[in-house]
Ligand binder design. Structure first.
Ligand code: GDP
Length: 282
C-alpha cells in the first residue's frame, strides 16, 4: 500500500493519531531496522509528545546485525526503550510485553501503591506505510486474540485486540507520512519499497544501491553477480552495464536496474542497512 501524502492527508493523519493517543498507555513506534532514521515520521515527537513510547526496529531479519546493535544503543542513549523486532516471528513479538512493562514501570508502581487493580496495557501501533504495522497486528491477532469490542469514547468501529492477558491493542494502526525533503532519504525509502519508485528513475536507484553495496557490502555484491575485486573499482554506471551484460539484458539498463532493486527487496543480496550509524555525525 502506498499513499500519496498531501498536506490535507497529513493533517488528517495527525488528527486521527492524536485522537487515539488519548485511549492508550503506550505507543509502539515501528521503524524499519534498515532505515532507523529515514523511516521515522519527521513530526513524531511533536505528535506523540509525552506519551510513553516503545521503539521497535522491525524487519530486523533483513538488516545488518552490527548496524542494528549500534542503532539500538543510539536509541537507548536517548533514553528510549527499544527492541529489534521481526513482526512475523512469535518469539520476537513476545518480547513486546516485558519491554512495555519496563517503559511503564513508574506508572505500574504508582498504581500499585495506590491500590489500583492492575489491568492490561493499552497500546497503539504507529509508523509510516509498509513498515510492518499490519503484519504485527495480524501476527498478534493469531490464535490468542479475542476482539474486546467497542469502548466508549474510542472512534466508532474501533476494536481492541487482546494479546494474552497483559496487552490490548487498537486494531487499526496510526499511519504517518515518511520524510520527503532529502533526496537520499527518498532513494532509501524507495529501495526498501516504503514509497513508490515510480517517482524516481530506476537506474538512479540502482546506481545508489550499487554505491552502497560497493562501499559496505562488497562481498555480498560479488557473490550475487559473480564479480571480481577489479569489477568493484568500475564507475557505478559501468558496473551496472557489466551486471546487465552478465544477466543477458545487454544494454537494457532499465531492466537490469529493475532486477537489482527486486533482488535487494527479496533479500537475495543478504542483510543490509541503508542508514549508516557511522554517518550519523556527518
Ligand atoms: P504496513 O503498511 O505498515 O501495515 O506494512 P505491512 O504489515 O503490510 O508490511 C509490509 C511488507 O513488509 C509486507 O510484505 C510484509 O510481509 C513485510 N514485513 C513486515 N514485517 C516484516 C518483518 O519483520 N520481516 C520481513 N522480512 N518482512 C516483514
Amino acid at each position: 500500500m502506498t499513499i500519496q501524502w498531501f498536506p490535507g492527508h497529513m493533517a488528517k493523519a495527525r488528527r486521527e493519531v492524536s485522537e487515539k493517543l488519548k485511549f492508550v498507555d503506550i505507543v509502539f513506534e515501528l521503524i524499519d531496522a534498515r532505515l532507523p532514521l529515514s523511516s521515522r515520521n519527521p513530526m513524531l515527537d511533536q505528535i506523540v509528545q509525552q506519551k510513553p513510547r516503545l521503539i521497535l526496529l522491525n524487519k530486523s531479519d533483513l538488516a545488518d546485525i552490527n548496524q542494528t546493535n549500534q542503532w539500538l544503543n543510539y536509541f537507548r542513549d536517548q533514553g528510549h526503550q527499544v527492541l529489534a523486532l521481526t513482526a512475523k516471528d512469535d518469539k520476537s513479538v513476545k518480547q513486546i510485553v516485558p519491554a512495555s512493562k519496563k517503559v511503564l514501570a513508574e506508572k505500574i508502581a504508582r498504581d500499585k501503591d495506590r491500590g489500583v487493580k492492575p489491568r492490561a496495557i493499552r497500546a497503539m501501533v504507529l509508523g509510516i506505510p509498509n513498515v510492518g504495522k499490519s503484519t504485527l497486528l495480524n501476527h498478534l491477532a493469531g490464535k490468542k486474540i479475542a476482539s474486546t469490542g467497542n469502548r466508549p469514547g474510542v472512534t466508532k468501529g474501533q476494536q481492541w485486540l487482546r494479546f494474552g492477558t497483559q496487552l490490548e491493542l487498537l486494531d487499526t494502526p496510526g499511519i504517518l507520512w515518511p520524510k520527503f525533503e532529502d533526496p537520499a532519504v527518498g532513494k532509501k525509502l524507495a529501495l526498501t519499497g516504503a514509497i513508490k519508485d515510480d517517482l524516481l528513475h530506476l537506474d538512479d536507484l540502482a546506481l545508489y544501491q550499487l554505491e552502497i553495496f560497493c562501499r559496505y557490502y562488497p562481498e555480498q555484491l560479488k557473490d550475487r553477480y559473480k564479480l571480481t575485486n577489479e569489477d568493484l573499482f568500475l564507475d557505478f554506471p559501468e558496473l551496472l552495464m557489466l551486471i546487465s551484460e552478465k544477466r543477458g539484458f545487454r544494454d537494457d539498463y532499465e531492466r537490469a536496474s529493475e532486477m537489482l532493486i527486486l533482488e535487494l527487496r527479496q533479500g537475495k543480496l543478504g542483510r543490509y542497512t541503508l542508514d549508516r550509524f557511522e554517518e550519523l555525525s556527518e
